[in-house]
Design a protein around this ligand. Structure first.
Ligand code: UD1
Length: 418
């Protein structure tokens, strides 16, 4: 099994080019079922994307990946379509459940494996099913599969989500695309990745309006035949490197991003005393000698993202005084804490909140990655630790960070995969 080896305490300097967003690409790939020909650019070629492509191939789409150009072409000629998403392709990547909406709305039936729990929580799909049922689908759960049918097609309706979910909003949007009549979704997630999906669906011919957390969709009868779409930047990747720069950057320039969608992260870091220079599509970060403590709660967008919680916690170990992070989205997202504590961090967890005392000198250790964002927080900790850090189970990192070692090496980090 591969490991990462990091020699800590090396100042970072250089440019980092942010990749396309994994979380925007996944629902757009699922949405490609609805089109005839799709040309995507700025696609991050990470493991989760290849898992989704495997699922789409299984369903019957023809796929061409142009690795060097980071482009993917998908064709759905509607021949030999399999409306099944098997367990083996959904269990490792929950976003597989996003094919449910498009299959159901286009082919009137779908059988999709229940994704099951994961390290950060139970992660049910009840809100996805709630929305699809409202649109008229008959759904039963049998042998670990969601079996959904809409013999006469889905019908537009009003759906008021009892709580905010990214995935459920996406599945509802994808299903409403082919429903008869109009759909109004309330209490939606409005993450930039959802707005990217909406811009893809609009390109495909769908009329969609957004008002606060309400989305109005007019179902369409026939989609555009051929569309081009450029994926937005990965704000979580950008935030991760921003924190790396704040921890140990002599001068890091982060390029290929749109700071309009990145305000909360910048606000929190600036409050902690991080020096950030903003330009329209790049940021410059310098290591901050004196970091201030702060309190943060993770929230749906435009709040502080749960996907940056673990990375921010590493920065908090270097701030003066007691900081805290309340994790409000997932019930079990502090798996990195025991590993950070093994490196010397002083962190206590009470209910949903982690209290971090700083500044603490971290020491290199052999640690275990538990999920995607927890893994990258250990990389950040390794970059500032004394001596050598070894990170096990780095396959989690490969699910979502494109060229992580290369990007860091270009900035003079000493990091090696063994
Ligand atoms: C997406 C992101 C993930 C991010 C999360 C929250 C992708 C591929 N993944 O995950 O990186 O951490 O948003 O920003 O985009 N929930 C229910 N019932 C449901 C669905 C969700 O109770 O049917 C709960 C979840 O358990 C969780 C909360 O709602 O506690 C938010 O989950 P959700 O927004 O759906 O996250 P994902 O779409 O799975």
């Amino acid at each position: 099994m591969q490991k990462l080896l990091i020699k800590g305490n090396q100042e970072l300097s250089g440019n980092i080019l942010i990749s396309g967003s994994k979380n925007a690409t996944l629902p757009i790939l699922a949405a490609s079922i609805l089109a005839e020909k799709v040309f995507l650019s700025n696609v991050p070629l990470v493991k989760d994307i290849f898992t989704m492509l495997e699922l789409l191939k299984f369903i019957g789409l023809k796929i061409k990946v142009k690795k060097k150009e980071k482009k993917i072409e998908l064709k759905n000629n509607n021949k030999r379509i399999n409306t099944l998403a098997p367990y083996k392709l959904v269990k490792t990547m929950r976003a597989g459940v996003l094919v449910l909406g498009p299959l159901l709305t286009k082919y009137k039936k779908a059988k999709v494996s229940l994704p099951g729990g994961c390290a950060i929580g139970t992660r049910p799909v009840d809100l996805h099913l709630f929305a699809l049922k409202k649109l008229g689908a008959k759904i039963k759960i049998k042998d670990g599969y969601i079996i959904a049918q809409a013999k006469n097609g889905l019908i537009g309706c009003k759906i008021d989500f009892p709580s905010i979910s990214v995935g459920a909003t996406e599945n509802a949007l994808l299903a409403a695309f082919g429903a008869k009549g109009d759909t109004i979704l309330s209490n939606c997630a409005i993450e930039p990745e959802i707005l990217d999906l909406i811009s893809f669906l609009k390109n495909l011919g769908c009329k969609i309006k957004i008002l606060g957390r309400k989305i109005f969709i007019s179902g369409i009868v026939s989609a555009e035949k051929k569309i081009y779409h450029n994926i937005i930047f990965d704000r979580i990747e950008a935030g991760t490197y921003l924190i790396a720069g704040a921890l140990i950057g002599k001068k890091i320039v982060i390029k290929n991003l749109d700071i309009k969608t990145f305000k909360k992260e910048i606000e929190v870091l600036r409050k902690m005393g991080v020096k950030i220079n903003k330009k329209k599509n790049f940021l410059t970060i310098l290591r901050s000698k004196k970091l201030k403590n702060t309190s943060v709660t993770t929230k749906p967008y435009p709040g502080f993202p749960t996907d940056l919680q673990a990375q921010l916690m590493v920065l908090m170990t270097q701030a003066n005084g007691l900081s805290s992070i309340k994790e409000n989205i997932f019930e079990n997202r502090f798996m990195h804490v025991p590993e950070l504590k093994r490196m010397g961090a002083k962190i206590e967890i009470k209910n949903k909140t982690a209290y971090i005392s700083g500044p603490t000198k971290l020491t290199g250790a052999e640690v275990m990655a538990t999920d995607l964002r927890a893994s990258v927080s250990l990389v950040l900790a390794g970059l500032i630790a004394d001596k050598r850090t070894i990170i096990n189970r780095i396959y989690h990192l490969d699910r979502g960070y494109e060229f992580l070692e290369n990007k860091l090496k270009k900035c003079k980090a000493i990091i090696k995969r063994i």
